[in-house]
Write a protein that binds this ligand. Structure first.
Ligand code: NCD
Length: 317
């Protein structure tokens, strides 16, 4: 049994333990095989999902929706909820989930305000999944990032991971570091402009569970890294435009960067990329970011499988 709360919200990375993650990865792998054989079970038939996005999204919304529909469910979607839902009339997020929860079986929300999704979830009659809350967390992205590391590198224990970019506002990084702390012998190097370093509480938390070093530039750490996790500067959250200009081109994964990486290294990025990863890297086997996108589809299918506990349906296949 993956999660037991009623209803089962997915709000924070810390809700998960290692066994739960491993179980999700196993189911995600099954989903991938079945998808390739065109033999996915449509166990979500009759179920409906709502996606409420108050911030832009391509991958997250589409992959949740594709996953749900490929498993037989249907969706209600609003990709610009701040303008096109009753939020524009002043309705609170609490009321929105109370109302939308009357129509659907689960709600995916992305919202600019950290903590807002958790606060609203307390009023929801159906499971709420946090698809990104401001600079807070993005737990399902972190799960698919970890799933990608496992597939690409064979195992997660022992990985040496170089985080590059905006570690202050990058919510995927916040969730991913928490999930990584469930594994053994993890070594992370945090490279960011000084203004955009990891929040102190999170740094303190992970330092108890893994080896952490910090640097302003990546050069000394590149040749040892198993994974480069690059992120964009979160322009929409940087309040000082001068700071954005100063930081925006701090790092770039390009041909000369690639030359310093081991042949087995992998480059991950939650996407969208702006300037951090040059497109000249795309054809290199070490560029895993588009495979990472595909893994998001299967991981989200696995999440739905666990959320709706359709074990019997899966076992019957
Ligand atoms: C990320 C996000 O929204 O936090 N994107 C995503 O969901 N794949 C990263 C980003 O926007 O930089």
């Amino acid at each position: 049994m993956l999660l037991r709360m009623k209803p089962t919200h997915i709000l924070h990375a810390k809700q998960f333990d290692r066994a739960q993650l491993e179980q999700l990865f196993t189911v995600a792998e099954e989903m991938e095989i079945r998808d390739k054989q065109s033999s996915l079970s449509r166990f979500l038939s009759g179920k409906m999902l709502a996606t409420l996005f108050y911030e832009p999204s391509t991958r997250t919304r589409f992959s949740f929706e594709a996953a749900f529909q490929k498993l037989g469910g249907t969706i209600l979607s609003t990709e610009n909820a701040g303008l096109s839902s009753s939020a524009a009339k002043g309705e609170t997020l609490e009321d929105v989930v109370r109302v939308v929860g009357q129509y659907v079986d689960a709600i995916i929300i992305r919202h600019p305000q950290e903590g807002a999704i958790q606060a609203a979830s307390e009023y929801s009659p159906v499971p709420i999944l946090n698809a990104g809350d401001g600079a807070g967390e993005h737990p399902t992205q972190a799960m698919l990032d970890l799933f990608t590391m496992k597939k690409e590198c064979g195992q997660i224990d022992g990985l040496n991971i170089l985080f590059l970019g905006d570690l202050r506002y990058g919510r995927t990084v916040h969730s991913l570091l928490q999930l990584l702390s469930l594994y053994q012998n993890i070594h992370v190097t945090l490279v960011s402009p000084p203004e955009l370093s990891l929040p102190q509480e999170l740094e303190a938390l992970i330092t108890k569970r893994m080896t952490v070093q910090k640097a302003a530039s990546p050069e000394r750490f590149m040749e040892k890294a198993d994974v480069i996790y690059a992120t964009r500067i979160q322009k929409e959250r940087v309040t000082d435009p001068a700071m954005y200009e100063r930081c925006k081109d701090s790092y770039r994964v390009d041909a000369s960067f690639l030359n310093l990486l081991k042949p087995s290294a992998r480059i991950l990025h939650p996407l969208p990329r702006v300037n951090e990863v040059d497109s000249c890297c795309d054809e290199d086997d070490r560029a895993a970011y588009f495979r990472q996108v595909k893994n998001g589809l299967y991981l989200r299918m696995a999440l739905f499988s666990s959320l709706f506990e359709e074990r019997a349906a899966r076992a019957a296949l």
